[in-house]
Design a protein around this ligand. Structure first.
Ligand SMILES: NC(=O)C1=CN([C@@H]2O[C@H](COP(=O)(O)OP(=O)(O)OC[C@H]3O[C@@H](n4cnc5c(N)ncnc54)[C@H](OP(=O)(O)O)[C@@H]3O)[C@@H](O)[C@H]2O)C=CC1
Ligand SMILES: N[C@@H](CC=O)C(=O)O
Length: 362
């Protein structure tokens, strides 16, 4: 049961994922209201140059998307544009039910998104993040801030997005002991390796195609050097196994040294090269590794191709559970943000009574 009020979203980052999220929520607005009794509106959208703001949560998103897709900046949108309003200023001054973090992931220190997230929690927002940066560096600090204020943090979009990973580990495998996790968790590198395998092209060519699809990171070295995979595993290890890991604790090798020759030799031997991430929850401390591996063709991850991903859990009482699909895409990331927004709205409805002062009934 919800209280019938609209949930207002403050979106930070209006790139591939931010725009896909704004479009998805807007297109599904009536369907969501009908199916779940939950209605979402946008009270702010922020990028580097400024913002569009409507504290009542009724931003005309379809018009703003058309404006931006015509090559104009959101902050120049008539009536709602706020040139120069920064993300920290928006978080402090625009009341919202949800802060949605979709700015680029920083491997260096998670900033400025870490500050956005902490300030959002302090302002009473639930947080939905596609950005991994804050959580690889300060997972426990952020969760502590959320617990203190009774707020929730949705990380589906940051942990392989359309491919369910945390949901499987936390819900579907509840009561089982997870003995190991392995997966293909980065669509960009899987796309590149698949193209190299199929056409013999070099990795740079596959990367350009992945960038055209909008799935590569803003800084694509995060993908090809293995860090995007590692970051997803760090988040999973911290949430599911309370591992307390940061990027300093993991061993990471990417695919930049993989040549068409190496792919060809693997193919001739009946094997396929994949970028595999692993969590060993039984080691102390929990061990996370990422690196290219040659898999035999009957391995459960060998047939995961293109921008699709997969995660495989070995458990004590449910055997091996492998989930595959959920290809990387901005829409998939948007759908994962929406999934968390719905879940929090439905299962934590009482938490909105204090934070939705600015929300309007519809
Ligand atoms: N692309 C994908 O398929 C997926 C991406 N993700 C994650 O989602 C996040 C966004 O990715 P994506 O949309 O592809 O990236 P983009 O580079 O397409 O978009 C990033 C957006 O953030 C804005 N931005 C950058 N810095 C700031 C800031 N300090 N304050 C406000 N806005 C800022 C940029 O503005 P400007 O354009 O003006 O620079 C741009 O609008 C990343 O953290 C990524 O890891 C997660 C799942 C899938
Ligand atoms: N760059 C990532 C997308 C976000 O997580 C990928 O290629 O999977």
């Amino acid at each position: 049961m919800t209280d019938g009020r609209q949930r207002n979203l403050l979106l930070l980052g209006f790139g591939n994922v931010g725009r896909a999220f704004a479009r998805l929520v807007t297109e599904k607005r009536d369907e969501l209201a009908g199916r779940y009794g939950v209605s979402f509106g946008f009270c702010g959208i922020v990028d580097v140059g400024g913002a569009v703001v409507d504290p009542a949560g009724n931003l005309p998103v379809a018009d703003i998307l058309r404006h931006v897709e015509a090559g104009r900046a959101p902050e120049d949108f008539p009536g709602f544009g706020r040139p120069g309003l920064s993300a920290p200023e928006a978080v402090r001054s625009v009341p919202a039910d949800f802060l949605v973090e979709a700015t680029p992931t920083s491997l260096r220190d998670g900033e400025p998104a870490r500050t956005h997230v902490l300030d959002g929690l302090r302002a009473g927002c639930h947080v939905l993040s596609a950005n991994k940066g804050p959580f690889i560096w300060d997972y426990e600090g952020i969760m502590e801030a959320a617990r203190e204020r009774g707020r929730m943090v949705g990380l589906s979009a940051a942990t392989a997005a359309a491919l369910p990973t945390l949901d499987v580990a936390e819900l579907c495998l509840a009561g089982s002991r997870i003995l190991s996790v392995e997966g293909i968790l980065n669509g960009t590198t899987n796309y590149i390796l698949t193209r190299m395998h199929q056409t013999g092209c070099r990795y740079e060519e596959g990367l350009r195609e992945a960038q055209r699809l909008g799935i590569a990171e803003t800084n694509p070295s995060l993908d090809v050097e293995g860090w995007d995979t590692a970051n997803k595993l760090i988040l999973m290890a911290n949430r599911v196994f309370q591992a307390g890991l940061t990027p300093r604790d993991v061993a990471v090798e990417g695919i930049t040294a993989i040549t068409p020759d190496r792919i060809g030799r693997a193919r001739e031997a009946g094997r396929v090269v994949k970028l595999i991430g692993r969590i060993d929850p039984g080691s102390d401390p929990v061990r996370v590794t990422v690196g290219p591996e040659e898999l035999p063709l009957d391995h459960p991850l060998a047939a995961v191709n293109g921008s699709e991903k997969a995660v495989s859990f070995e458990t004590d009482s449910m055997g091996r559970i492998t989930v595959s699909g959920g290809h990387s895409s901005p829409v998939g990331a948007a759908a994962a943000l929406l999934k968390d927004a719905l879940r929090i709205s439905l299962y934590h409805a009482k938490s909105f009574s204090r934070s939705s002062k600015a929300s309007s009934s519809r």
